[in-house]
Write a protein that binds this ligand. Structure first.
Ligand SMILES: C[S@@+](CC[C@H](N)C(=O)[O-])C[C@H]1O[C@@H](n2cnc3c(N)ncnc32)[C@H](O)[C@@H]1O
Length: 262
């Protein structure tokens, strides 16, 4: 599997000995300061505390750590045993704990009404049956429970210019490798041989899919995510915040907050 060989979230972490406490700390710095500073606010990391939280697709546990640190009781579900191991170790280094569960978002090994919050960042666009995963998120949430997710945005600068125009058309990826393999290249480090399933969603598609199972409370796009735009903005002295304000509507992630009907 793509993520067994290349742990997700370890890219860009250089210096400390891998898997040491300093390495995980640096991974958090890279994620929250450099790579995805939108996550804490958009994904409500700072405002959830004292709840039973399920995170689907844990990576190396940076968001998991932040949620655990705030006094939430954490459960992590992932298809990758390696990610579960790294997340458990990450939390252990900081004196925190999680229940790591190997399993599939489409068939969760939890009883109905088990969690106050279901959290998932950059994961559900990888699962073959998105609707099934959403029905499972709804099933395991308690009535009134909160659903927070981020998935790839189809109508984004990243997808339009990077994937469709550059990789798909100019580099002839669609002809040479086909649609699925060209989309798989979106994942960091994926070659045309490793084919993680990747889907992209419009606002309308996401809202209507989630709306079948949960009440949609808010939906926004974020993370300009275009390296070129970021470089140009830096040269012009435009801050990241201003860049996000100007182009965030066409950002690379759609963030949805929902709630299970009481
Ligand atoms: C791109 S990584 C994102 C990890 C982390 N949330 C982050 O933002 O760094 C996707 C993760 O989701 C997991 N995953 C993909 N499909 C899944 C599914 N159907 N059920 C559970 N985990 C899944 C993968 O194993 C991987 O750990």
């Amino acid at each position: 599997m793509q993520w067994e060989a290349r742990p997700c979230g370890a890219e860009g972490v250089h210096g400390p000995i891998p898997e040491s406490p300093e390495w995980f700390r640096e991974a958090r710095r890279v994620r929250f300061d450099d790579h995805a500073p939108w996550i804490p606010t958009s994904m409500l990391l700072g405002s959830i505390s004292g709840r039973e939280v399920l995170e689907i697709g844990v990576g190396i546990g940076c968001d998991h750590y932040r949620l655990a640190q705030q006094g939430n009781t954490m459960t992590g579900l992932d298809l990758s045993r390696e990610h579960l191991r790294l997340t458990t170790l990450h939390l252990q280094h900081e004196g925190l704990a999680t229940t790591a569960v190997h399993g599939d978002a489409e068939n969760m090994p939890f009883p109905d009404n088990s969690f106050d919050v279901v959290y998932s960042c950059g994961v559900l666009h990888h699962t073959p049956d998105f609707e099934k995963a959403l029905s499972e998120c709804s099933r395991v949430l308690r009535p009134g429970g909160q659903f927070i997710c981020a998935v790839y945005h189809r109508n984004s600068i990243c997808f339009g210019l990077g994937t469709m125009l550059k990789n798909g058309i100019l580099k002839a990826g669609f002809i040479r490798h086909g649609w699925a393999r060209t989309l798989a290249k979106i994942e960091h480090g994926a070659g045309y041989d490793a084919v993680p399933l990747v889907r992209v969603y419009s606002r309308g598609q996401l809202k209507s899919a989630v709306g079948r199972w949960l009440t949609v409370e808010s939906l926004h796009a974020t993370h300009v995510g275009s390296h070129r735009l970021e470089v140009i903005a830096k040269r012009l002295g435009i801050s990241r915040t201003r860049l996000e304000r100007a182009f965030g509507w066409a950002g690379w992630y759609l963030v949805l907050h929902g709630r299970k009907r009481s």
